[in-house]
Design a protein around this ligand. Structure first.
Ligand SMILES: Nc1ncnc2c1ncn2[C@@H]1O[C@H](COP(=O)(O)OP(=O)(O)OP(=O)(O)O)[C@@H](O)[C@H]1O
Ligand SMILES: [Mg+2]
Length: 179
């Protein structure tokens, strides 16, 4: 059983897409091979935008784009200047998956143990998962649904980060988002 009362949690405002990419880049500093990140948020909340910042900071190959229609996109690590190789990125669209257990069945070229796995997830499904994971919730407050001037792309998003499981017990998420 996960003790959610002691789960490390942090909140940060993301005024624009660059702020979302910067949060993704900050996450690269703590994420390591084998980690799972669950991105939850409505359509256009900024899940892919944040993942672009993560992928750039990890230094992985290829352009991070929406994984829609391909289920999972694999970004192998590029060798670093010092010759070491970091984790790759596996970017998954969970709308196309019945469950996380189906990830194993995808027969990816990249081992999940050697990658950071980011799953773009619909609202309310992540609670069913049990393993170590970083949950990142993106919320976009909207004006009235009848507001004809509302730009679907604009607006500050609120990010909530929650580390679940022993992997995240000692990670200071508040310090991470303050960077
Ligand atoms: N604060 C913000 N955070 C993230 N994206 C923002 C922000 N403000 C504006 N944007 C814009 O909103 C759009 C977000 O799209 P993105 O594809 O990242 O969302 P998504 O959550 O992945 O959507 P989908 O559910 O379709 O996969 C982009 O065009 C981005 O530039
Ligand atoms: Mg997306």
């Amino acid at each position: 059983m996960t003790d959610t009362t002691s789960t490390p949690q942090a909140r940060v405002d993301l005024p624009d897409a660059d702020a979302a990419r910067a949060l993704g880049a900050a996450l690269a500093a703590v994420l390591r091979a084998g980690d799972l990140v669950i991105l939850t948020g409505d359509l256009g909340a900024g899940k892919t935008t944040l993942t672009q910042g993560l992928g750039a900071a990890l230094g992985v190959r290829g352009h991070v784009a929406s994984p829609t229609f391909i289920v999972a996109r694999e970004h192998p690590p590029l060798p670093r200047a010092d010759g070491t190789v970091g984790p790759g990125l596996v970017h998954v669209d969970a709308y196309r998956l019945g469950g996380l257990d189906e990830l194993d069945a995808l027969d990816l070229d990249t081992s999940l143990d050697e990658s950071v796995t980011v799953v773009e997830w619909g609202r309310g499904l992540a609670e069913a998962l049990t393993e170590d994971r970083l949950e990142l919730d993106l919320e976009r407050p909207r004006g009235g649904v009848d507001d004809p001037d509302a730009d679907p792309e604009a607006g500050t998003r609120h990010a909530t980060l929650r580390g679940v499981g022993p992997r995240w017990a000692d990670v200071d998420l508040a310090a991470l988002v303050a960077r």
